[in-house]
Design a protein around this ligand. Structure first.
Ligand code: ADP
Ligand code: MG
Length: 717
């Protein structure tokens, strides 16, 4: 080509490439590709596994197959009506004979010489004839067979109208050629060697054009590492500047009057959390703490202790919940206690009358007798024009966290309150350190006494009859049953065509393979037939809101015995009478997700059970799922989840949190990572760098990259 490679850099528009005009440029834009840099970061979603060669008689009937055949007849060429040319020949392997047809490629006549050997990739059709099975392929991809020389994994890119696989592959190859001298590694050499990573240039080359499987796995590992490392570094850097002073030191800390009003004694874990909070509140350094504990672990009592300390010191506290219902619930739980202790409480939500609102606001800005000490409301509480006379503590339920901006807004009002957030999502310590890098963490890792345990069993398909009998028995007993399936229809069963390997199936220890998915629709129908006399209903995310509502109402009322669903029931269902949870294809779920699902039973007086069904016979899957049978502790499960399932999946499962916390960092590759060690390594590497070189001045390339990423708005706080 006639251009100099130095004219191009990662910021050049894709239209700089030969053959990319305005139309192609617009198409690229639709898939988020504007520059050459974007293009080389446009990673395949899957790979055609042409390296998995099958004999003709074992070809896939549901997708493309790679076969290696020897041409055994001369090529015949003919002309069809309408001017189309067609060439035909036969080729064989040890298992059969195949008719090959190519249209409009007359030049191939001389290519397929009798006796030559080819790898063909395409759909193998079969037809039973008098002479046995006959196979045929129409216009397959062909490559001259040279053992060990052909590329086994061919990328499959996410596409949009106006782009073809061929074009993208060609453009990427060209871009890599043009930019390769300029691809500089942002990772410091010591990290690359310490974590045995490949170079960035190698990774990019092999993610697009894998030399072989190990090269592909290494490439993916490196790119996933980069993503997690960048994420960790950004979050770690955000967490650096805190320890703001100006908060009110709450030195009076004797909360025994509160404790004597509670109908129970605090657990050891609750006591520890109260101590940690009390120590923070004693100083003028503003508390920034998150209280993490499973649903039902008793976070409210700990929050009450913090509120009590604040009020005892003559200061005001605010408690905020994500919904009005939760706010009202907190109000009815807490206000009687605090009123008894002589404090004034108010509930401020959208449904409070204007007159009432006015009175509450007056009370919040008042001093002395008129002062409202504790206000409970939704997260909107602080955005209203509320003036506080002496606000010194803000507690937020469900991990609504205050960012720099909100803290600044409060400071403008002259407020430097201590802050306590609460989260019901147990996450591993290492992840918490990253996601909540700028917060101190308190964990309630123990349940109040007397909770019944949900017994959990892991079984395979061979126990189906017994599972059904269990369902019958539970229903006969007056109980109700949840069945969770990972997919709705059978069609959506596989995200990839067969013959393709998803990027998520690439791991360093080899290709993953997954048992087929159980579909909710089909399963609901089967259950209806197997268990006549039992009312089975189906609920899934594609149903209309009203339909879902009707089904849920029926289940809550007890008219429906068995509810077959996808994971939509994860959110906000509380049916105390449900005592059996069955989870199909349990191997498809993260442990933390299984834990959440299991939490739907065991809420009433009935002895509850959870049955995990999985036909994944791999040791790793079995070990992973066994954790569920051994513990009900959300933290232990989260640790195991991160350890065994991989950081990408894990973060993806906690995406809501992760993204909120990080202000919108988008993972592309980490989502599909199955490399369990990567997250821990990336986090560790990021922490090492940030502690030894807080402003990254010793790592200018990295600093530049991180600054750019932050400026691009992927992270904001
Ligand atoms: P969550 O952490 O989900 O907010 P809650 O604070 O609502 O949990 O507590 C759940 C239930 O456990 C409440 O009914 C509460 O009264 C009770 N509870 C909390 N702490 C204890 C304790 N130490 N001993 C016994 N019951 C407790
Ligand atoms: Mg709660």
């Amino acid at each position: 080509m006639a251009y100099k490679t130095t004219e191009f850099n990662t910021a050049s528009p894709v239209s700089a490439l030969p053959g990319v005009g305005p139309a192609k440029q617009a198409a690229y834009k639709k898939i988020g590709v504007s520059t050459l840099g974007d293009l080389i970061n446009h990673v395949p979603r899957a790979y055609e596994n042409r390296g998995e060669i099958r004999p003709l008689d074992c070809s896939r009937d549901d997708g493309k197959t790679a076969v290696v055949l020897t041409v055994c007849t001369p090529v015949q060429s003919s002309r069809l009506r309408g001017g189309k040319t067609v060439i035909k020949f036969r080729a064989s392997d040890d298992s059969g004979l195949c008719d090959l047809v190519f249209f409009n490629q007359p030049y191939l006549k001389g290519t397929f010489v009798t006796g030559s050997v080819w790898r063909f990739w395409g759909k193998v059709e079969r037809r039973l004839t008098r002479n046995g099975m006959r196979y045929s392929m129409s216009s397959p991809v062909y490559e001259r067979w040279e053992p060990g020389m052909l590329q086994d994994f061919t990328p499959v890119y996410p596409l949009t109208e106006g782009l073809t696989q061929k074009q993208i592959a060609r453009d990427i190859a060209e871009t890599l050629r043009l930019l390769s001298p300029q691809i500089t590694d942002i990772l410091p050499q010591e990290i690359i060697s310490k974590y045995r990573l490949c170079t960035l240039a190698y990774a990019l080359r092999n993610i697009h054009n894998p030399e072989n499987y190990p090269a592909l796995a290494a490439a993916k590992r490196r790119l996933v590492f980069d993503e997690l490392f960048t994420f960790s570094l950004l979050v770690a850097r955000q967490g650096m500047h805190r320890r703001e002073t100006g908060a009110f030191p709450c030195v009076k800390q004797n909360i025994s009057p509160l404790l004597s009003l509670l109908p129970f004694e605090l657990t050891e874990a609750q006591k520890r959390c109260v101590r940690e909070i009390a120590a923070d509140m004693k100083t003028d350094v503003r508390m920034s703490r998150i209280l993490i504990g499973d649903v039902g672990s008793g976070k409210t009592a700990v929050a009450a202790a913090a509120i009590c300390i604040c009020l005892m010191n003559g200061r005001q506290a605010a408690l905020m919940a994500p919904t009005e219902i939760l706010a009202s619930q907190h109000y009815s739980d807490l206000s009687p206690v605090f009123e008894k202790l002589g404090f004034r409480c108010a509930l401020l939500t959208g449904s409070v009358s204007a007159a009432q609102k006015k009175r509450i606001k007056a009370g919040l800005s008042a001093d002395g007798e008129e002062k409202i000490d504790l206000v409970i409301g939704t997260h909107a509480l602080l955005t209203e024009d509320v003036a506080f006379s002496s606000l010194s503590l803000i507690v937020t339920d469900e991990q609504h966290r205050f960012g720099v901006e909100q803290r600044a807004a409060l400071a403008e009002k002259g407020l430097f309150p201590h802050m306590l957030s609460m989260s019901a999502t147990p996450i591993p310590r290492s992840l918490a350190l990253v996601l909540y890098g700028d917060l101190d963490i308190s964990r309630i890792d123990e349940m109040p006494p007397g909770r019944q345990k949900t017994d959990t069993y892991l079984v395979d398909e061979s126990k189906r009859a017994r599972v059904n009998a269990f369902i019958e028995r539970t229903v006969a007993d007056g109980g109700q049953v949840y069945v969770v399936c990972p997919s709705i229809d059978e069609q959506e069963n596989e995200t990839y065509d067969s013959g393709e390997v998803g990027l998520d199936e690439i791991t360093e220890s080899g290709l993953l393979s997954k048992p087929p998915l159980k579909a909710a629709k089909v399963y609901a129908e089967q259950l209806r037939q197997t268990l006549p006399g039992i009312t089975v209903a189906l609920i899934h995310g594609r149903m209309k809101a009203a339909e879902k509502e009707a089904v849920m109402t029926g289940f809550v009322a007890g008219d429906i015995n068995v509810l077959v669903s996808t994971t939509v029931i994860e959110v906000g269902v509380n049916v105390a009478n449900a005592s059996l949870m069955i989870i199909e294809n349990a191997e498809r779920f993260g442990l933390s997700q299984l834990h959440q699902l299991r939490g739907r039973v065991g809420r009433g007086k009935r002895k509850s059970c959870c049955i995990l069904i999985s036909d994944d016979s791999s040791v790793s899957s079995h070990e992973r799922l066994s954790v569920m049978c051994e513990t009900n502790n959300g933290f232990e499960i989260a640790e195991a989840d991160l350890r065994t399932r991989g950081p990408g999946d894990f973060i993806a499962a906690h995406r809501g949190d992760a993204i909120r916390q990080s202000g919108g960092f988008k993972f592309r590759l980490a989502d599909v990572s199955g490399d369990a060690g990567a997250f821990a390594c990336a986090t560790e590497a990021a922490r090492e760098i940030i502690t030894t070189d807080p402003d990254l001045s010793a790592h200018p390339l990295l600093k530049d990259y991180i600054d750019k990423t932050a400026a691009a708005g992927t992270i904001t706080d």
